[in-house]
Design a protein around this ligand. Sequence first.
Ligand code: WT7
Length: 656
Amino acid sequence: MIFFITLGDSNIKIQHKKFQQMSNYHIKHLEEYFQIHRKSVRNPEGFWEEVAEEHFIWRKRWDKVLSWDFKKPEVKWFEGAKLNITENCIDRHLRIRGDKTAILFEPNDPSEEAEHISYQQLYERVNQFANVLKDQGINKGDRVCIYLPMIPELAISTLACARIGAIHSVVFAGFSATALATRINDSDCKMVIASDGSYRGSKTIDLKGIVDDALEECPGVETVLVAKRINSDIKMKEGRDKWLQPLLEEALTECEPEIMDAEDPLFILYTSGSTGMPKGMVHTTAGYMVYTAYTFKNVFQYRENDVYWCTADIGWITGHSYIVYGPLANGATTVMFEGVPNYPDWGRFWEVVAKHKVTQFYTAPTAIRALAKENLECVEKHDLSSLKVLGSVGEPINEEAWHWYNDNVGKKKSPIVDTWWQTETGGIMISPIPYLTPTKPTYATFPLPGIQLSLMDENGKEIKDNQVDGRLCIKFPWPSMARTIWGNHKRYKDTYFSTYENQYFTGDGALRDEVGYYRITGRVDDVIIVSGHNLGTAPIEDAINEHQAVAESAIVGFPHDIKGNALYGYVILKESGESRNHDNLRKEINQIITEHIGPIAKLDKIQFTSGLPKTRSGKIMRRILRKIACSETDNLGDTSTLLNPEVVQEIMDNVL
Ligand code: WT7
């Protein structure tokens, strides 16, 4: 692995006066960053080849580092190479780190003992699981859906799929039966791996019941493997459902890794889009491995005896890249936490940090805001002196939350890495390098080496100046970019490569300051980030419109103290619905959303209205609805193109 701050000596001068108050130590390292970034731009192939040559096990070397065409779009990294990612994440470490803890499992209930899974044990358990998958008829290229809570089996089954070349599709275990079924069917999964249930704080959740409901709609699923977690009494469907434990016990602890091509798919992970169906982003093997390993090492400055903890769920990309693959590729100790921040009390995160002497802590702004609302004693009574780096991801971090995190958790000694990236990018794209890049609240700062950003204006031209904002694009491929949307390459092209020529469009707006730091200003499309969850407006509207009393609906986001954004729904009722009790209707609408998507997509406010502002072409003008929901009605902007301007006043008069 290249640890890039130690590379090269530099004579580049940092001109900007902002940097001149920095110590020589910092300036020297920042110069190195610029030098390495420039090198990666001048010769990207050479740069990534050098990273890939270090430390990984390749069964065969690549013939070509990169071929790409953003028009098609088609991107291939390390073509011709052969490898297995689990050999790199596990086998490679056995000789020197066999007894080192790979996964440190911290259960929901603090009185239950934490489990230290060493690299040797992980090797055996992944191989056993891989053998079970093979015995159950799973072959290379088959899709396996994993619907599990944050228990070791989640990481182990993911790696077991990768061991045999099966494509995993992890679905976050907070999604509803309908959402699960849609995802299973979209990628034709043959198998589902689930558990009897899950713990969530003081509650238990009947996961197997949700799976059973989902599978009513999924004729392609042949087998369900069920892990025992809560020991609940569940129904097992004869011939389809099998308890995992007895199968594992009989399985051998050796399983030869399937040798994969660099561009073979490793996994599918669904993310919301601005239209109905979720997008199954496809990530491939070699590039994803190289990039997540490289960025993990550098962004978190991981050193051999560190204990790294990312609080995300493996059901999201953050967990794939920075709980499982990135850390394990570095031989790190990675904490897997089953619980929630407020159980048994709001001090739980800090208790875990102190207990395991966590050195790097990575969480989301929504969690920070919730924690900051609680009594400071919850933080202060725990010893957080082990912490060296704090991370933030998922949405813009507001200034207040940034300072609270910096002051009370980091005690102004641990730099905050505000990391910007996406499910589609596979790994972190923009982030400070701790102890190197001076941090600035709300700024993700510089692109990582290898990443070439651009800001585009509304006419599709690249903006070269600083102190401007624009639409954030990426103009050159990077190894961990998603290669396609499962089963729908056209949608991949339309969504990411058609807005601007020869650019990957992120869907985010960004501002570049006077020294070149980036600040992400938020989504510029119909995706709303609620508590760090990416929600498309269309699927929620589709769900609401299923209600028999609803004629039409539109969703917008409005600012919320803890969630960042909350959802505001404008709903037009059918005649039959108008006489109904509105509070009951609101409950029913949220119930439908919970069934179709999950509780994360529930609306905070629902306003019934006789119409929605529309353009002459019939498009809902969300901009106006957003302003009304955010109480920014002083200047609604141009309403002259509206078909029905009179409805705006009605909506304003009745705003909630
Ligand atoms: C969207 C991607 C990749 C991690 C989890 C989210 C927003 C993510 C930041 C940040 C401002 C951020 C963007 C992005 N986002 N990180 N540090 N600052 N915004 O993955 O669900 O694919 O969502 O999350 O809007 O496009 P995701």
